[in-house]
Design a protein around this ligand. Structure first.
Ligand SMILES: [Fe+2]
Ligand SMILES: [Fe+2]
Length: 210
């Protein structure tokens, strides 16, 4: 399908109410990330990429864009504070808690963003929660946001290029699995800590595939 699936920002608009929500989200995001220009650019890139993927794979474009905008909302929080919040919200943590903290910004943000953006459909918060770790039962929206995180325009390298080329030519689940398994390969290749929950999710998908 090439790269023509990527929408330009001015091609993404909704009805009046949704546009107002998006404007408010963008304004608050700019404040939240005022000292993190790169992360801010990344968030806008994920929103645009998620919206574009949503159009290709027949997923709700507004939910995809909204989830992309706020998926890294809590990435600005230091590790020990993240862990404290995860414990407070009873978010399950497997293995070594210190190693898990980079994965917690998804589920922690999902709990907190409901208060700030209560007008959004609950699917948006689930997609935010699942963008770090994934889940055994990813919905199309969850998959769109997960994939967009890895292939937004500020992501460079052969891996992101390859993933972008697959858009529209493979199913959304295949695109997600390529991204999810690519992430695991990277962890193994660079000899980093592999979160135990990731292994269960991987096995779950491989069992389903038969
Ligand atoms: Fe993230
Ligand atoms: Fe991200």
């Amino acid at each position: 399908m090439g790269r023509n699936w990527m929408l330009e920002d001015d091609a993404i608009s909704f009805d009046e109410e949704k546009d107002a929500t998006i404007r408010r989200m963008r304004d608050l995001l700019a404040v939240r990330m005022k000292d993190a220009a790169k992360r801010h650019r990344h968030s806008l890139g994920v929103a645009r990429t998620a919206a574009s993927l949503a159009l290709v794979y027949d997923v709700d474009v507004f939910s995809a864009y909204a989830a992309g905008l706020i998926h890294d909302w809590d990435k600005v929080i230091p590790d020990d504070e993240m862990l404290a919040r995860a414990l407070r919200y009873h978010i399950p943590i497997e293995g070594d808690p210190a190693q898990a903290s980079p994965l917690l910004h998804g589920p922690v943000a999902a709990r907190e963003l409901v208060e700030l953006f209560g007008e959004l459909p609950s699917e948006v918060f689930q997609a935010v929660a699942r963008h770090t770790l994934a889940a055994p039962d990813m919905t199309p929206l969850d998959m769109v946001v997960f994939v967009a995180d890895g292939i937004e325009p500020n992501r460079h390298g052969a891996y992101a290029e390859h993933q972008r080329d697959l858009v529209g030519d493979v199913t959304l689940e295949e695109l997600f699995l390529t991204s999810f398994i690519g992430g695991i390969s990277y962890v193994l290749d660079t000899r980093r800590y592999l979160y135990p929950g990731t292994v269960s999710i991987y096995n779950d998908y491989m069992t389903k595939k038969g």
